[in-house]
Design a protein around this ligand. Sequence first.
Ligand SMILES: Cc1cc2nc3c(=O)[nH]c(=O)nc-3n(C[C@H](O)[C@H](O)[C@H](O)COP(=O)(O)OP(=O)(O)OC[C@H]3O[C@@H](n4cnc5c(N)ncnc54)[C@H](O)[C@@H]3O)c2cc1C
Length: 458
Amino acid sequence: MSTQAIQTDVLVVGGGPVGMLVAAELALQQVDVVVVETRAELDLRPRAGTVHARSLSLLARRGFIASTPPELIARDPNGVRRNRFQFAAQPVLTIAAPSVEPAPIAAIPQARLEAAFEARARELGARILRGHTVTGLRVDDDGVTAETGVGHPIRAKYVVGADGARSLVARTGNFPAEVYPATMNAIAGLAVAEVADQIPPGWNPTPTGWTMHNPNPGGQARIIAMDFSGPLDHRPEPSEAEYRRRLTHVLGSAPALSGISHLTRFSDHGRYRTTLWDGRLLLAGDAAHSHYPLGGQGLNSGMQDAFSLGWRLARIVNGGERPDILADYSRERVAHASAVVGNTVLQAAMMNPANPRIRDAVLAMLAVPAVHDGIAQLISGQFQPGFQHDFALTQADGQVLTLAGLLHAGRFVAIRPDEHTPVPDAPSDAVVVTGKVTPDQPWTSALIRPDGYLAATL
Ligand SMILES: Cc1cc2nc3c(=O)[nH]c(=O)nc-3n(C[C@H](O)[C@H](O)[C@H](O)COP(=O)(O)OP(=O)(O)OC[C@H]3O[C@@H](n4cnc5c(N)ncnc54)[C@H](O)[C@@H]3O)c2cc1C
């Protein structure tokens, strides 16, 4: 077996959905990238299924999902679309998003996103090493050497830790964390419910916790037991026996189940790293922040990390920028993570059967429109300021483009109404486009970052 090091610009440790998306974003920018992932196959356990407004807009900026066609933007340029959503398992939120964007909410299984990100990363030339584990990292002034336990060290200029909540990369670097200890424990899984309505459909409060059941007559359904009698001291892989026990405890009687599979354990333990950058090491996804899955914000935050990090790290590796721009990545995403972890801690407290007063007090506050709208923006990721919503741009020759389409290539985009109007200072590889913008914007010309946020306006 050869022990010659594999050389690369960026090593991504962990090829879950976030690691694969980081790799795709880096490869889009012609960065040489290697992903090392322990799992030989895609992770099919049921986890994220809710994709929120800001993530959907970003996915559309890279063509992973369809963006709004220009004729629809022209037909309803200032419209708003709304979807009902829950907060702490109560159906009290309305998530609104501009009609020029894909949708306020979509149901896309995590495994489907992960597969799409992996396929894109491979297509763009990323090297994906499945079935290998990074066992150690040595950092020096010029880069990082990673041991993979298979005789091939990997030498990289930068390492991105997308290696989940127990991140080796986070433990290797100096990444302090804010931690909220667990107060409950839960197991999610797939199972066939043999007796209809024994586990009520949807969210179901009980004296000891909650169940959640997405019925699937005749087939495996997603069933979750959330037990608020306390956190666990040990967290072994969940077994079928423990799953049945927790459901029985929460429901008060044993449900008739068969075909149990894909068990995942979680709790309301919350943690976010207060910096995501330490020299040659970076964090993204659950390695950077992990929390109670209520509101479906974990993968959404991780995908947004990937879009925020990819182009910045590429500009450093490709030689154009100083590493200081990684501080902007860290600042932006830590602000996001602290707000997300905070709201999940609040949601867990509201769902605890011992806290009906906290639940009622927060629900009363959510009846205030401004509070409601702020929380809806937070859950949907739209509270992150400076995002440029999609628009149609009609060029002099009559061709109509959209911002989402222009951003597929991952470059800065400069927009101006005519050739005489200056644009903000732009990188030399920016795409400069001239034309009339619909709907009207509060700027005359603009420079838009590869991740769709405004860099500067005139
Ligand atoms: C029941 C449940 C429901 C959820 N619902 C939602 C939802 O609706 N919406 C939402 O946005 N989020 C949801 N989440 C959260 C979401 O699943 C996570 O945020 C998401 O998986 C994070 O992705 P990641 O790539 O950062 O980490 P992970 O998915 O944990 O991937 C990390 C990868 O790193 C690999 N790895 C770890 N260490 C190493 C190493 N040393 N070497 C090589 N590989 C390594 C692992 O094998 C793993 O594949 C839910 C979670 C749960 C448990």
